[in-house]
Ligand binder design. Structure first.
Ligand SMILES: *Cc1c(COP(=O)(O)O)cnc(C)c1O
Length: 229
């Protein structure tokens, strides 16, 4: 097996942390990386790991040592929900009413309460899952009726553009929705605390818009100098 470059991973994580405000949670997205590389990120001080395939996450979990919170960030099929319940700190990618209902049902079976984020597709891109902005109220109403779901915030993936002002517009819109529901959901007595937005290419913009949870993969695991060299 190829040895893991711990020093590059550590250097990248230190560099990212320097640019992140204290209150922003760094989720290391390990979806394309094996157990050794994932462990290297944990050894470099990361406490939050993001995976996008249920099988990969379940397979990795017993092999990683340390104080880790697991985040599910990928497209989620209803028939896979049962494997996540009780094994995940937060599901970021809840993108349909059907999924909310399934998470409630499976959580109830296990007597668990599951923390979720509602994923929004504000740029209305066909390639992305997520609620439309005008579906917010219906999703909130359903969550209110689900005692085994704890709504913890909102998530989005930045739009497919390199134009910073177009990206900022989307992130600012989600921030506004977040502020509104934090103040009003369950009359303001709620657990809303995570605004998950920002990846390798757009996380500085997301943080400037008020993100408090960034999901970063490539920038952690690759040597930037080599890529440009
Ligand atoms: C892969 C992925 C990320 C990380 O993307 P990078 O560009 O590698 O930082 C973040 N969020 C989601 C939902 C992803 O699928």
């Amino acid at each position: 097996m190829e040895s893991v470059n711990q020093s590059i991973i550590s250097k990248n994580i230190a560099q990212i942390r320097q640019t992140l405000p204290e209150n922003v949670c760094l989720v290391a997205v390990t979806k394309y990386h094996d157990v050794a590389e994932t462990q290297a990120a944990v050894d470099a001080g990361v406490h939050d790991l993001g995976e996008n395939k249920v099988q990969d996450m379940i397979a990795k979990q017993p092999q990683i040592t340390g104080d880790v919170r697991w985040h599910f960030i990928g497209h989620l099929q209803s028939n896979k929900v049962k494997y996540l319940i009780g094994n995940v700190f937060l599901i970021h990618s809840v993108s349909s009413l059907k999924l909310i209902r399934t998470i409630e049902k499976e959580s109830a079976k296990r007597d668990a309460v599951t923390d979720i984020l509602l994923q929004f597709n504000l740029a209305e891109e066909d390639t992305k899952s997520g609620f439309m902005a005008d579906e917010l109220d219906e999703a909130l109403a359903l969550c209110e009726d689900c005692p085994h779901i704890r709504l913890s915030g909102l998530m989005c993936i930045g739009p497919m553009t390199k134009n910073p002002s177009d990206i900022l517009k989307i992130f600012a819109q989600l921030k506004q929705m977040y502020d509104t529901i934090k103040a009003t959901y369950l009359n303001g007595v709620n657990s809303i605390r995570f605004l998950s937005m920002g990846m390798t290419d757009d996380y500085p913009i997301a943080v400037s818009a008020g993100s408090n949870m960034v999901r970063i993969g490539r920038k952690i695991f690759y040597d930037e100098e080599k890529q440009h060299g």
